[in-house]
Design a protein around this ligand. Structure first.
Ligand code: AKB
Length: 345
């Protein structure tokens, strides 16, 4: 039997793709993919089993977890911030009830086999809520500061962090005696993530990946936030590596960790993109409601605890990431936008 049987929810999403590619074929690892959407054939080939279905359906979640005797969950399925503001009740259902179904079922399975289940939960900078007037003067936020989300997505994720901590530390504390808690809950608060392979949908930090992919395809792009809007960022390979490192870390002093590689404004990204794609047509036209969301997310976060506890280290600065990761990958994908030849793929 494999040492790790990992259930990946939201497997067909951006992070799911990256994680499955990184874990596929590793010794002692069985991968079980789950998604509401069709799981592309190219991903199905990299996993041991895949299931299409809804994490809100408790019977389905129970069936998959017990069928494969899952001992690790990487729970990526979620409605992101912009989608969640468009359908807040549905977001609550997916982001909270779906997470609860997974935690509860995993806890039951852990108890029946008397072995805790590791549960990796990507949270977000949207759990923070800073005063927009103070945003650019605040020092990088620590994990316990400014926990006042203004979005449904941020509120959902913050609550699920607390629910995970409960299952990981305090579950049935009055009656449990000296038995260990059923869930080994580990959470990263992710910044804006940029993938050179995929374009995100439904997030509010999507303006940077949109700008990069449109420019690489030779298309014009309108950025929906102001040029001076700053957020923390990391590249997809760094995100995947951080999730794997956290999942494999032996001992942790806490459940929740900030991670990010650098902080940058939308204007700085536009300059970096123009440097590599001189014909890029990037304009700025503020969407006030979406701007208001990112104005409450911190410009930077303090990652000291992740560095100390499990050796998190950013791999790239913005310039390095453009040079070593983004530009070569998008050029291989779309071709050179100045070329008159048809673009690849
Ligand atoms: C979003 O924009 O909703 C996400 C996030 C910052 O968590 N990318």
């Amino acid at each position: 039997m494999a040492d790790r049987t990992i259930l990946i929810t939201g497997a067909a999403g951006e992070i799911g793709h990256g994680l499955i590619q990184a874990l596929s074929g590793q010794d002692g690892v069985r991968l079980i993919a789950m998604d509401l959407r069709d799981i592309p054939k190219s991903l199905q080939r990299c996993v041991d089993a895949s299931h299409q279905g809804d994490i809100c359906d408790r019977a389905f979640v129970e069936h998959v977890i017990s069928l494969h005797r899952v001992n690790e969950v990487m729970h990526l399925a979620a409605l992101l911030s912009t989608s969640a503001e468009r359908a807040p009740e549905q977001a609550h259902e997916v982001n909270v009830q779906g997470t609860f179904n997974l935690l509860r079922t995993a806890a039951e399975q852990a108890q029946s086999y008397d072995a805790p289940i590791r549960f990796i939960f990507p949270s977000t900078i949207a759990i923070y809520g800073v005063d927009p007037r103070e945003k650019t003067t605040l020092p990088p936020l620590r994990e316990f500061q400014a926990l006042r989300p203004i979005t449904m997505y941020g509120a959902n994720k913050l609550y699920c962090e607390a629910m995970g901590r409960y299952y990981g530390r305090y579950y049935r504390s009055i009656t449990r005696g000296d038995r260990q808690a059923p869930i080994d809950f580990r959470c990263l608060r992710l910044p804006g993530i940029i993938s050179a392979d995929t374009v995100p949908v439904g997030g509010t930090s999507d303006y940077v990946p949109e700008m990069i992919h449109a420019s690489a395809r030779g298309e014009a792009c309108t950025c929906f936030v102001r040029e001076d809007t700053s957020l923390p960022w990391m590249m997809m390979p760094e995100c995947v590596q951080a999730i794997l490192q956290l999942a494999e870390a032996p001992v942790l002093s806490r459940c929740v960790y900030n991670v990010a590689s650098f902080s940058a404004t939308a204007g700085t990204f536009a300059e970096a993109v123009r440097k590599h794609f001189p014909a890029a047509e990037i304009t700025f036209e503020t969407h006030e409601a979406r701007q208001a969301l990112v104005d409450t997310w911190p410009a930077d976060v303090d990652c000291l605890r992740a560095r100390e506890d499990w050796g998190y280290t950013p791999r790239w600065t913005l310039d390095e990431a453009m040079r070593e990761y983004i530009v070569p990958t998008v050029r291989a994908r779309y071709g050179d936008p100045r070329s008159t030849e048809g673009n690849a793929l």
